[in-house]
Design a protein. Sequence first.
Lengths: 405, 167
Amino acid sequence: MSQAIEYKYHPSNLNESAPNVYTEKNLKTEEMVLNIGPQHPSTHGVLRLEVVTDGEIVVDVVPHLGYLHRCFEKHTESVSFIGGIPFVDRMDYVAAMNSEHAWVMGVEKMLGIENDIPKRVEYIRVLVAELNRIASHFVAIGTYGLDIGAFTPFLWLMRDREHILRMLEWVSGARMLYNYIWVGGLFYDLPVGFEEKCLEFVNYLKPKLAELDNVLIGNKIFVERTANIGVLSRDLAINYGVTGPILRGSGLKYDLRKVDGYSVYPELDFEVPIGTGKMGTTGDCWDRTWVRVEEVKQSVKIIEQCLEKLTGDYKRTRDFDPRSAVPKKVRPKAQDFYTRSENPKGELGFFFRTDGRSDVPVRCKARGCSFSNLSVLADISRGHMIADLIAIIGSLDFVMGEVDR
Amino acid sequence: MDIQGFKELIEEKLGDESVLGVVENSTPATLEVRTEKILEVLDFLHSSDQAYFDMLSCITAIDNGPEVNSMEVIYTLYSIPLEHSLMLKVTLDRENPEVESATQIWKTANWHEREAYDLFGIKFLNHPDLRRILMPADWEGYPLRKDYVEPQEYRGMKTIREEEDRI
């Protein structure tokens, strides 16, 4: 770039572009506004929180979003469905495989080719999506431990996540933003030797998960910090549109992989863990984290089954073409379509409107799971201490890339 | 329950004029609802035992452009216990887009409606906190409208790059 960004500074700029909801006029005498973020490690991205406090007690929280707004929905109005996949990657950038799986499945259903996809392709998609789900949950659990003072699990989980990212890099060529799952197929088949390495990794990971249970989840300090904190009742969670591990932590067995049974999930055997209030109340921060850890174990189980299929019934052949069902042109007929799938953080939905004349959607709306999950923050943190607010933010596990899109 | 079942259910309770018709080519099926009746319809679908839509998945706003001169708001509903889904569509006047807010029924609607207000300028009546959510509060215009023209600068920062400055 030849020139630096110019900016006309004025002290009133901040108040005009992101004004506080609470000012001298509507604050009580004993209340104080504490600003957290947008640049703060515990807000997990560029989230700004306007916290009204009475001493140490949180009276209200007002989230201010938009610091990572990249106009995803505007972009999709000018790029084709295929060109949209890299943009989808950048929404939830710690679980890009899952996001592009959701997008691609939606487009395939609109085209009516969802039954033409070879089984091997479907199993590879589920395999990489579950690997990415583990990586995403590792970020969630690791940084959550870091937020409330446990440093070791963070390092351990980042180490194991790096193994997954290396494997996905081997598969797709990119470490985090893959563009691997294509409409109608895949970029490439799995690299030779991947199945064996992946099985090796699964066998390596299993004892590490037992270690994680001991060092973090069952740790007395961790339990004390998270049990009975930020209790989210089941009814409130549904009313807020909260999905994913948070809703399951509140005790509802609701997983789109089971409910909708998309891709090859009906052929796979796995459980849906739900929070039971083992350490405190159902739907507290501990339950949400525990559900994530259990989901990692279930994902390991799914990966093992996928590997079995990929080396057995649908094993690699010389003439297998992962792009055999890739359509020449992606031009769905005119329709409104809402598609959804289970991301690590909840229900990721896309609403498409197509006109049948072009391969560019007329309108595409992304229903980010983090967006709805974050909206519940104020309701469950009122009356808690400021330190507990940090624990609640971490347990909601949102990615600002998906909140702001 | 199929789409005709939902239509009859709503018409039985709220009168024939509340539903305008079934929208073709839509998944899940869509009912077009009279704009003034939308809050009653949503409230009924939320509380009725046969429909029991306990989750509002998504609110989508669509601008049809200056030629058609209308906007649409689409509500995607899902019932967790009954496992069925439905979309409702209302059409708004583009010059003065206004519709009742659904926040008192589903709290999800709060942020989704703020987003629609932010990017399309649709006013949700009786919304508790209708502020911009993604764009800065002093941003001019509504970016997802079809006739939106991007301002050249924001606080001295150029929003459009010169050709030679592109990376």
